[in-house]
Design a protein around this ligand. Structure first.
Ligand code: OVM
Length: 419
């Protein structure tokens, strides 16, 4: 047993069934600033303690292993999203906002709205965004490379998604500064009511008012993804109320996630000059590099599920109505699944990573995220022969997202190729 973990047979009476295994009990607070700033040693301890552990600080189950995380995400009948995918159990406490029709729902309610969103964010539609996204990336990255030094987070990761995604949606110009703070609310909102939660919610009523206004049909520009959602209300596939809520989902999940993903990818690649050399040599590797960065430094670290019945996970019996915290970022570094999991390898086969989740709730916008990552890294690969950090990245604590508030880098300019 690893230090810090004790075992118990878990709460509840013993029942007939699989032979119960002792359940490791850990007292970590995975939402403390110290855990969030340096998660990987704690992930390892949790992963090695057992397939499923009991986190006594919150009275919840958790898994940091790839196999159990995938099993729980795949088995939506036993591991429900409808009670919320954060710590709060919606059957016991009032959610901070009206629950998402997409994220915080199970079949059959989930099914039709998910089908609509899958169509809205189809491959064909996303391919149609590429030209514009690539042009913005080329221009922005071109200017930054001329400067020689810049902050990969503040000057690039926080700038690029806000230059392309709100236009793709058709959002009004006014108030776009509310998008990142709203993402901060949504993702800190999955955690406990700690300082991060309360700081994120400080201006909640004003920001929510802007978000709700921005979901209305008349405030969305023609030709954007927002109007594409609303068009489904005319076909009767969804109601107008559902259309507005699905636009809210794009506003919740579409900005901060890609900011963190691009920032994490740039920070990881700057810290691994040998890997960047390969991407520079062959910019077609940009796609793989972005995917590997999502595995290596997963922007979405955790989501919860709630059991609907007694269920066995990795030999551990979990009772009905219990919360389980799934560590996507730890599953993505599980040595049972990955060779050299703590090494960034841009030619690694990343299939099976759970950075976008898996199962019926797997990220519906993942092709948009990949497009953003691809065009940014491709533009940089053509122009920068070398990246190097000029200071350690500054962690930005968040109850769900892993990333940095700053990652200053130096770039060595190359002759522009491949155009
Ligand atoms: C939503 C949503 C979906 C995925 C992630 C997320 C804030 C939100 O439907 O609102 O994070």
């Amino acid at each position: 047993m690893t230090s810090g973990a004790t075992t118990s047979s878990g709460p509840g009476p013993s029942v007939p069934g699989p032979v119960p295994v002792p359940v490791p009990v850990l007292d970590d607070d995975p939402f403390s600033v110290s855990f969030l700033a340096d998660p990987y040693p704690r992930h390892e301890r949790m992963r090695e303690a057992g397939p499923v552990v009991w986190l006594s600080h919150y009275g919840i189950w958790a898994s940091a292993r790839h196999e159990q995380v995938v099993t729980a995400l795949t088995d939506w009948r036993a591991f429900s999203s409808a009670s919320g995918v954060g710590l709060a159990d919606f059957r016991k406490e009032k959610p901070w906002r009206v629950p998402s029709l997409l994220l915080e729902a199970d079949p059959p309610d989930h099914t039709r709205v998910r089908e609509v969103m899958t169509e809205v964010l189809s491959s064909r539609r996303v391919r149609g965004l590429r030209e514009e996204f690539a042009a913005v990336a080329e221009s922005l990255v071109g200017d930054l490379v001329e400067r020689g030094t810049f902050d990969a987070v503040r000057d690039l990761a926080e700038v690029f998604p806000l230059r392309v995604f709100p236009d793709a949606l058709g959002l009004p110009e006014e108030g776009r500064e509310n998008l990142m703070p709203y993402g901060g609310m949504a993702f800190n909102g999955f955690g406990p009511r700690n300082d991060l939660f309360h700081e994120a919610m400080a201006d909640a009523p004003r920001i929510q008012e802007w978000i709700n206004e921005s979901c209305r049909r008349e405030n969305l520009a023609a030709g954007g993804l927002g109007q594409d959602i609303w068009a489904f209300a005319d076909t009767g596939r969804i109601t107008p109320e559902q259309a507005a809520m699905l636009v809210r989902s794009l506003l919740s999940a579409g900005i901060d996630t890609t900011v963190y993903a691009i920032g994490n990818a740039l920070a990881a690649l700057a810290a691994h000059p040998g890997q960047w050399a390969r991407v520079h040599e062959n910019p077609a590797l940009a796609k793989l590099a972005f995917e590997e960065a999502i595995r290596f430094e997963s922007p979405v670290q955790t989501f919860f599920r709630t059991t609907t019945r007694a269920v066995d996970l990795g030999g551990v019996r979990i009772g009905p109505g219990e919360k389980i915290l799934l560590f996507l970022g730890a599953a993505n570094r599980d040595p049972r699944k990955w060779i050299n999991p703590h090494t960034l390898d841009v030619t690694r086969r990343t299939a099976g990573h759970v950075g976008f989740g898996t199962g019926i709730h797997a990220c519906v916008g993942q092709q948009v995220a990949r497009l953003e990552g691809d065009v940014v890294l491709t533009a940089l690969a053509r122009r920068a022969a070398m990246l190097s950090p000029t200071a350690a990245p500054e962690p930005r604590p968040n109850n769900t997202l892993r990333g940095f508030s700053s990652a200053p880098i130096r770039v060595e300019k190359a002759a522009v190729r491949g155009r």
